[in-house]
Ligand binder design. Structure first.
Ligand SMILES: C[S@@+](CC[C@H](N)C(=O)[O-])C[C@H]1O[C@@H](n2cnc3c(N)ncnc32)[C@H](O)[C@@H]1O
Length: 275
């Protein structure tokens, strides 16, 4: 059964758990400025349901709209100073989400556009372009610079001199573009064949490798990553695989249970990899 308890102590009772409850109520228990990274994928408020797929998706809880201004304010409040926050969105929700996040206090740095990995088809299938990208609003509170990572190698050999008197080139990229398209970047979502193979059905399940990249760029090992809309637990998985802790909520018991299973399996795999 989902864990429910009003008397929680932060961070002890929050770390490495997903709670099956409402995100906004849950966030009230998190102290100001205590979360080093927010990486979240809220429902977009687009009334999406798909009856055409083999496993039809019903409308997600919250897809008739969450209280986004309140969510943005709470996110700003709980985020630690000099930290990053990522909010998945859609092109048509972007103006509203941007405005809410800005009014909450965030500095909005970029909108990342990431290849989905599968062509999305909703709405006017014959008269609109198939959606092939996910959008992510990248914000900061204060200022945080990116971690150097070993995610992506430069095309030129390490030590190449491009300009006289400048530092020679490094092996790994330190500056990423805001569009992640092509074979060197992870895709943002898992395609339907992956869902079928893994028995995980959710209309918007994200690829945890893509989330791992964001986590590694924007947090340190051992940091706590918050996602109030965990769905099948992809952010939690990405946190585990990156050596970070996670906390958050998922209101649907069906998806919450899938997330618990995935976390259990991920932990088992990590233990057997270490042995
Ligand atoms: C866009 S999906 C997230 C999918 C997730 N990224 C994944 O990879 O599985 C949003 C999720 O938020 C959940 N949700 C909606 N309203 C919520 C609320 N008030 N509190 C917590 N979760 C909520 C929905 O059930 C849905 O699974």
């Amino acid at each position: 059964m989902p864990f429910k308890n009003e008397e929680r102590i932060f961070p002890r009772d929050y770390e490495n758990r997903i709670f099956c409850e409402d995100c906004l109520t849950f966030m009230k228990g998190i102290p100001d400025g205590s979360v080093p990274l927010i990486l979240t994928d809220p429902p977009y408020g687009i009334h999406y349901s798909n009856q055409f797929a083999k496993n039809p998706h019903t409308m997600l809880p919250g897809d008739d709209g969450i209280d986004y201004p309140a969510f943005a304010r709470e996110s700003y409040r709980i985020l630690r100073m000099n930290s990053h926050a990522y909010f998945f969105t859609r092109f048509d929700c972007y103006p509203y989400h941007f405005q809410c996040l800005q009014e909450a206090g965030f500095t909005i740095k970029n909108c990342l556009v990431i290849e989905k990995g599968t062509l999305g088809g909703i709405g006017d299938l014959k008269g609109s372009y198939a959606s092939s990208a996910e959008w992510v609003i990248f914000c900061q509170k204060g200022r945080r610079v990116f971690n150097s990572t070993t995610l992506l190698e430069n095309r030129n050999k390490e030590g190449t001199m491009f300009h006289k008197g400048r530092q020679p080139s490094k092996r790994y990229k330190t500056r990423f573009s805001d569009c992640w398209f092509g074979s060197e970047y992870p895709k943002a979502t898992h395609h339907s064949m992956w869902q079928k193979k893994n028995g995980i059905f959710h209309p918007t399940v994200k690829n945890e490798v893509c989330l791992q990249w964001l986590i590694q760029i924007s947090s340190n090992p051992g940091d706590l990553v918050f996602d109030g809309f965990m769905g099948t637990g992809s952010t939690a998985l990405a946190a585990i695989q990156s050596g970070r802790k996670f906390t958050g909520t998922e209101i649907s018991e069906e998806y919450w249970k899938i997330a618990q299973d995935r976390i259990r399996k991920a932990r088992k795999e990590m233990v057997s990899d270490e042995e």
